[in-house]
Design a protein around this ligand. Structure first.
Ligand code: TYM
Length: 329
């Protein structure tokens, strides 16, 4: 039987965080055995904010290195850069014409981002979810492993696909969101009521995947908790501790119940240190491999060039079908 397909991606803006890792990339590694997986770097999405061109180029390559270092096998997965498969931009234009302004204006990420970047509310920021729909639909993906913050974009993708299928007959697979078991929404360490984000202004709020062990320990030690001194999962009343428990669960594989047991009677100081140690031991081997890979740019180029070729095979087939159906010569 043909394997089900998976597509996901990460934007190449700024430095990746523990949220990107536990919310997305770590789950992808688990999926590679069972599914036919396409993992891309969404560098066209990155243009919705201003980037230094050299930094954008480097970040794009760095993410390929990170995918490999995190354990994605280039023989089993198609790893590629969005801009190197032109079909994404082309399908995105077509789908724009099947997406309503009203739907796009309801996107919470658009509202948030346009509040943050009042000086640059560009049209790309508005149509961003349509490009994301094109990314997914080109590969006829059955599953899209993402964090909770991307769910609304998945819903609009499904709506666009269903609308198109209704008008022209079954063209696209309707994709389903795939959320990880525990860490589909990692919160900030300083403000555990908001998601951990690479654009945080308080650097203690976020663990970057490139952070050194000492710094990781320091940040966890400063993490905001509560005054109960009791390790117990209760996201509503104990958001800080609950978030640390989720992180610990993702890093060790222990369930939340097991974690409550493990730390019964111990204080937050000890708990925070253990969380930091677990994260460090998960990240350290990845960081080492990542640094080695960055010294081997030729190899990285080989991987993403081959990935784009492979991705194009499927993407061009879908785009050809779409064009035939709508009458584009
Ligand atoms: P991006 O780059 O913001 O985030 C990449 C992935 O990381 C997840 N994530 C989190 N998960 C849990 N907790 C957090 N604090 C956290 N922060 C980020 C995100 O949910 C995402 O899965 N538009 C997308 C990139 C994209 C894409 C796609 C994804 C472009 N095309 C097609 C899937 C399919 C984005 O900006 O993700």
């Amino acid at each position: 039987m043909e394997k089900k397909k998976v597509l996901s991606g990460v934007q190449s803006t700024g430095r990746l965080t523990l949220g990107n890792y536990f919310g997305a990339i770590n789950n992808w590694v688990e999926m590679q055995e069972e599914y036919d997986c396409y993992y891309m770097i969404a560098n066209l999405h990155s243009l919705t904010v201003r980037n230094d061109p050299e930094t954008l180029k480097n970040n794009t390559k760095k993410i390929i290195a990170l995918y490999l270092a995190a354990g994605l096998d280039p023989q089993k997965n198609t790893l590629f850069i969005q801009s190197q498969v032109k079909e994404h931009a082309e399908l995105s234009w077509i789908l724009n014409c099947y997406t309503y302004m009203g739907e796009l204006s309801r996107m919470t990420q658009f509202k948030d981002k346009s509040e943050k970047h009042t000086d640059n509310i560009n049209a790309g920021l508005f149509t961003y979810p349509v490009l994301m729909a094109a990314d997914i639909l080109l590969y006829q993906a059955d599953y899209v492993p993402v964090g909770v913050d991307q769910m609304q974009h998945l819903e609009i993708t499904r709506d666009i696909a269903e609308r198109f299928n209704k008008l022209y007959g079954k063209t696209f697979v309707i994709p389903e969101v795939y959320l990880g078991k525990v860490s589909s929404k990692i919160m900030g360490l300083q403000d555990p009521t908001a998601k951990m984000s690479k654009s945080a202004t308080n650097l203690n709020d976020v663990i970057f995947l490139e952070d050194e062990p000492d710094l990781i320990l320091k940040k966890f030690k400063k993490a905001v908790t509560d005054s109960e001194n009791k390790v117990q999962y209760n996201p509503e009343n104990k958001p800080g501790v609950s978030n640390l428990m989720q992180i610990y669960s993702s890093a060790t594989g222990s369930t939340l119940k097991e974690i409550e047991k493990e730390f019964e009677g111990s204080g937050y100081g000890d708990f925070k240190t253990k969380v930091a140690e677990a994260v460090i031991s998960k990240l350290e081997p990845i960081q080492n491999k990542y640094n080695d890979l960055l010294n081997n740019q030729g190899y990285l180029e080989e991987i993403y060039t081959r990935g784009a070729e492979k991705a194009r095979e499927l993407a061009s087939k879908t785009l050809k079908d779409v064009k035939e159906r709508i009458g584009i010569l």
